[in-house]
Design a protein around this ligand. Structure first.
Ligand code: MG
Length: 379
C-alpha cells in the first residue's frame, strides 16, 4: 500500500457537534428494531482555511454497536476534542495517531478525523476519494431490505429496490424468518440477481434449529451470509463456516485491523463488510482494504443508514480498487428531506463518486435549522 500523501494542516478555531433528527423515507426493520427516523450526529470543524464536515455513524441505540449518538457526543466533547486541542488539531493523519490514547469509540474518532481531513482537503482543493487512492469513477448501488412479517411485502420491497436500480439485494434475516423468505425471494427474482443475507448476530450456534435454518440457506445461492452468530462468537462462526458452502461475511466484530487478523486466522471471516466508521475512520478503512487485498479476502463497503453526506464519504472507500460486491447505497434514497444530495444511481445504474473538494458534499443549512449544537471553541 502506498503511503498517504501529507496534507498541509489547517488552523482550527472551533469544533461543533450538531445533532439533527431526520425522518426515513421508508421504515427499516432489522432484528433489533423498526426505525422510522434517525438522529444524526455531525462534526463540524471551523478552520481558518476551510470548514470540514463529517457524519458520525453511531445510532440512537446500542443495538448494532456499543456507541450511540449520546455516547459519541460525550466522548467527543469530553475526551477526543480536548486531545485534539492538546495535539495536532488540524492534521487528520497525525490526529488519527493521537486519538489512539482513547480506547474504543471508533465511530466518534472516525467522525472527528474525517471532519479535519475534509477541511484539509478543501483547503487544497482535493477530493477524499482521490487522496485515498480510489480508482473507480462510479460504483453500483446495493439495496438493504428490512425484515418483513409478510413474505409478500418482502417481494414487493425487492421489486421496488430493483426498479430503482439496485445491483444487489441484502436482506435482513432472523431465526424462523430466513430460509423460507429467502427461498421465495430467490424464486421471485430469478437466479441472476445478487442476493446477500444479514442476520445481525441473531442466530445461536447451540440451537440445532438455528443451525438447520442456516444450512438451508446454502441452496439459495447467496453471495454471502453476513453475521449469522453473535459478534463475540468467532470460534462458533469458524465452525459454522466449515459446515456451509455460503461464504460467511463479518460485520459487527471487525472494529480494527487487529480484529480482522484474528477473525481471519480463526477461519471465521470469508468476506468483510467494511464500514469506515466502525474501524475508526477513513485512514483505517484504507489500511483494512489494503490488508484484504493482501489476504485475497473479498471486501465490500457497508452502510449505516447514512444521509447523503455520509454516503458521499463512504463512496471514497467504495471506489477503492477490487471491491468484491456493490456497496450499501440504497437507490431509493433513505431520508426525506436528506441532509445533502443522496448520491443516487444515474441512468447507467451507477452512482458517481464525488470529485469535488473534501468528501464532496456539505449539509443543507435549511435541514440543519433547529439542530442542537454543542460548540467546543479552541481553549
Ligand atoms: Mg451487517
Amino acid at each position: 500500500m502506498s503511503l498517504l500523501e501529507p496534507l498541509p494542516p489547517v488552523t482550527v478555531d472551533a469544533v461543533e457537534l450538531i445533532t439533527v433528527h431526520l425522518p426515513l423515507a421508508t421504515p427499516l426493520t432489522s432484528v433489533a428494531a423498526t426505525r422510522r427516523e434517525r438522529p444524526v450526529l455531525l462534526v463540524h470543524v471551523i478552520a481558518r482555511e476551510a470548514e470540514g464536515w463529517a457524519e458520525c455513524v453511531a445510532e440512537a441505540t446500542p443495538a448494532y454497536h456499543p456507541e450511540t449518538v449520546a455516547t459519541a457526543t460525550d466522548v467527543l466533547r469530553d475526551h477526543l476534542v480536548p486531545l485534539a486541542w492538546a495535539g495536532p488539531t488540524g492534521d487528520g493523519p497525525a490526529l488519527h495517531e493521537a486519538l489512539t490514547a482513547v480506547r474504543g469509540h471508533p465511530m466518534a474518532k472516525a467522525a472527528l478525523e474525517l471532519a479535519v481531513l475534509d477541511a484539509q482537503l478543501r483547503a487544497v482543493g482535493r477530493s477524499l476519494a482521490g487522496w485515498l487512492g480510489a480508482t473507480e469513477a462510479a460504483v453500483p448501488a446495493g439495496a438493504a431490505l428490512g425484515l418483513h412479517a409478510d413474505p409478500v411485502a418482502l417481494l414487493a420491497e425487492a421489486d421496488a429496490a430493483l426498479a430503482a436500480g439496485a445491483a444487489r439485494l441484502r436482506v435482513k434475516i432472523a431465526p424462523g424468518r430466513a430460509a423460507d423468505p429467502l427461498r421465495a425471494l430467490r424464486e421471485h427474482v430469478g437466479d441472476d440477481v445478487l442476493l446477500q443475507a444479514d442476520a445481525n448476530g441473531s442466530f445461536r450456534a447451540e440451537d440445532p434449529d438455528h443451525l438447520a435454518e442456516l444450512a438451508a440457506l446454502d441452496e439459495v445461492g447467496l453471495a454471502c451470509l453476513e453475521q449469522p452468530l453473535a459478534p463475540e462468537d468467532l470460534t462458533g462462526t469458524a465452525r459454522l463456516a466449515r459446515r456451509l458452502t455460503t461464504p460467511i461475511c463479518l460485520d459487527e466484530p471487525i472494529t480494527s485491523l487487529g480484529a480482522l487478523e484474528a477473525a481471519v486466522a480463526l477461519g471465521a471471516c470469508g468476506v468483510l463488510c467494511l464500514k469506515p466508521g466502525r474501524v475508526g475512520g477513513w485512514i483505517a478503512a484504507r489500511a483494512v482494504h489494503a490488508r484484504c487485498a493482501e489476504l485475497g479476502l473479498p471486501v465490500w463497503v457497508g452502510g449505516m443508514l447514512e444521509t447523503g453526506l455520509g454516503r458521499a464519504a463512504n463512496l471514497a472507500v467504495a471506489a477503492l480498487p477490487g471491491m468484491a460486491l456493490p456497496p450499501d447505497l440504497d437507490p431509493r434514497g433513505r431520508f426525506a428531506p436528506d441532509l445533502a444530495d443522496p448520491c443516487l444511481p444515474g441512468a447507467d445504474g451507477l452512482v458517481a463518486v464525488p470529485t469535488g473538494p473534501g468528501i464532496g458534499a456539505v449539509p443543507d443549512p435549511a435541514v440543519l435549522a433547529g439542530a442542537a449544537v454543542t460548540r467546543c471553541p479552541r481553549p
